[in-house]
Each structure stands twice: as C-alpha cells, then as structure tokens.
Design a protein around this ligand. Structure first.
Ligand code: CP
Length: 340
C-alpha cells in the first residue's frame, strides 16, 4: 500500500490537467453505460468524515463496491478521537494522536484515503489556508482525495463537469449564473469555488450574484480572474440575481457564509435575516435562455429553490448527484493507476 513514488492526490480539480480530466470523464461515460469492471478486488479506500455527508459517502462506497473493492468509513467523534494537526505541537491538549501518525498508519492499511475536513468556523483567515487537507496529503503515502475542505470540493466539480458535457454539445461560451441563495444554515463556499474554477477553465462565461456582504474570498477571486483572463472568458460578480440570470444557459444555486460575519453567529444571523428573497423561482429561471438548473445538494425546498423549479424538466440536480458515482469510479481508476 506504500508507493515508492509520491502518490497522486486530488485536493482541487485543478490538480488534474484538462486533458486528463476529459479522459477521466470519457471513462465515466462508458462506466455509466456498461457494467463496471471488477478492478479493485482486494483494495480498500478509507473514508474519513469530520463532517456529515449523504451523496459523497454513499457514492464513493458504491463506486468502490461496484468496482470489486471495499471501503472503510470512519466518522470523527464517534469512531475516533481528536487529531492534532499543528507541526511541532506539544500534545498536552485533547488530541491524543497527530494527523502525521494517523496518515502514516492508515496508509499501511488502505490504498487511498478520502477526507472530508471540518473547518474550525472561528476565523476565516485560518480556515482559508485549508491546512487540514494539506496535512493529510503531506503525511499519507497513498493518494489523498479531498471530499470537501474549507476551499474546495473537486469531486462535486468533476460530476458537474460531466453533467454539463452531457447536456451541451459544446460548453465553452455558455453563460453560467452562479446565484447565492438564502439558507438558515449557509453552506461553505467550497462547492462554489470548485464549480467556478471548473467552468472558467472550460471557457464558460460566468456571472455571480450575491447580496452585499457575501462576497467570495478575495484570494480565490484573484485566482478566478487570472483563469478568466487566460481563457478569454467573462467573469462578472456582485450582480443582482436578475442581472446574473438574464440570458443564462445554466443557473447554479448555492448558499455560502458571509466572510464579514464569519465566526460570529449572532451577526451572521442578523445579516442573513435580510436575504429571504434570494431564492430561485420559475420567474427567475425563465429569464435565462432555456436555462438548466443546477445545485450540489443538500437543498432546502422553497427556501433556496421553489418546488416548481426543482421538480421541473430543467432541473439537473439528480443527474449531478448520479454522476458523482460514475465520475468517482473513473477518478479512482485513474488515481490508483488502473488501465481501461
Ligand atoms: N454535494 C455533496 O457533497 O453532498 P453531501 O454533502 O451529501 O456529500
């Protein structure tokens, strides 16, 4: 289970060149059509959850099982203890074990480690460093797959890319509106960051709508602006939802936390109370250009999006969720170096 060379990790989708990504998705499409090969007999992927999951957990479990392999899931708090991740820490606190040791030991048991980290949610300056997932990748000697960290959710973006490629003969040049939507418990911006990065790399024109105070991380935005400039596509932000959706081919809805009130639940709740009208409804979707509706889920009906939109023919949400399975199978085959 230890490899002589550095393992191939997936921390953000950008770790994979576009050409490699498209080969993975080509394989995912054939896996979607045909029964899976029994490639992973005797192999195990460890799934470590520091936060809950429905789609990521089940789709990875089923992916491995359909490929003839196994998974072992560990959930923080119930299955194991706090882990220290500070380099050089004097470990006299709650955590009895360091990630460095846990990653090294688990690498002796499993063929890949997939990790969903839990941001501390006290300081964005700290969480934006995305240290936890980087620490696992540094100390594991098998491939580490990011199942969602503070900043990135590459598995969701991979499935979203597959979904867009199935929907449109040509995705480059399509107009995508990323619309912030109200939720009593906003998600992290990881899905949004990964989707935006993927869409711009694919030369899609992107418009982002959000209420004042919900601006995305400035460092992430600078990176996205660089991609947009390099690819020659549009990236507009700070728009109203109506401005963003006008003429859009795709409306991607997602809630995310305000970075201005990050770590202050009282202020965050007060700011959130002014955003109840940020929902995708039929009227908004209809201002697009036969726009498809996308959302990574979980989704709050009639808060984030109306039933009418979510249950419409334009909604791709179940296909996005299904494609998690196919895309992840192809990704596992790729990362664990299984040929066709
Ligand atoms: N989209 C997604 O990652 O769903 P889960 O949080 O249920 O895994």
């Amino acid at each position: 289970m230890q490899s002589a060379t550095s393992p191939k990790n997936l921390i953000r989708l950008r770790d994979l060149p576009l050409q490699e990504l498209d080969l993975i998705l080509e394989r995912a499409r054939s896996l979607k059509l045909r029964p899976s090969p029994n490639e992973f007999a005797g192999q195990t992927v460890g799934l470590l959850f520091f936060r809950g999951s429905l789609r990521t957990r089940i789709s990875l479990e089923v992916a491995m099982h359909q490929l003839g392999g196994d998974t072992i899931e560990l959930t923080a708090a119930s299955d194991f203890w706090d882990l220290e991740d500070r380099e050089g820490a004097v470990m006299d606190g709650r955590a009895p074990e360091h990630v460095k040791d846990a990653a090294a030991v688990l690498s002796r048991y499993v063929d890949a480690l997939a990790v969903r980290t839990a941001p501390g949610a006290r300081s964005w300056d700290v969480d934006r460093r995305d240290d936890e997932i980087a620490t696992w990748a540094r100390y594991a000697t098998v491939p580490v797959i990011n199942m969602e960290s503070s900043l990135w959710h590459p598995l969701q973006a991979l499935a979203d890319r597959m979904t867009l490629k199935e929907e449109f003969a040509e995705t480059a040049g399509k107009r995508v509106a990323v619309v912030w939507v109200h939720s009593p418990e906003p998600a992290s911006a990881a899905v949004t960051h990964s989707f935006l990065d993927m869409a711009l790399r694919d030369r899609m024109n992107v418009s982002i709508a959000h209420p004042q105070g919900y601006e995305l991380d400035s460092g992430v935005m600078r990176g996205l602006e660089e991609v947009a400039a390099k690819k020659g596509c549009e990236l507009r932000t700070g728009l109203s939802k109506e401005e963003a959706v006008e003429g859009a081919d795709v409306v991607y809805a997602r809630s995310w936390q305000s970075l201005e009130t990050y770590g202050n639940p009282t202020l965050a709740a007060s700011r959130l109370s002014r955003t109840n009208d940020w929902m995708v409804d039929r009227k908004l979707l209809d201002s697009g250009q036969s726009a498809r509706f996308m959302h990574a889920m979980p989704i709050r009906r009639n808060i984030e999006v109306s039933d009418e939109v979510l249950d419409s023919a334009e909604s791709l949400v179940y296909t996005q969720a299904e494609n998690r399975l196919h895309a992840q199978k192809a990704l596992l085959l790729h990362l664990l170096k299984k040929q066709a």
